[in-house]
Design a protein. Sequence first.
Length: 67
Amino acid sequence: MYVAVDGIVETLRCVPPAAFGPEEICTRLRGVLLDAGTLSPFVQFVPLRYTRNFINRDVLFELFFFC
């Protein structure tokens, strides 16, 4: 199933704070395929450097796209 990046953010937001950890995150995202087209606003390359492109910040996590 392809999911927009916003769907990934919503999935992560639904994880209860007490359960927020690698095992729970992997379980919830297992089988989810990212719709790459929804990342286009975050794709910013700089020659000879990598970039960290902010997607979302929440109480429990920050999501970045690295180029």
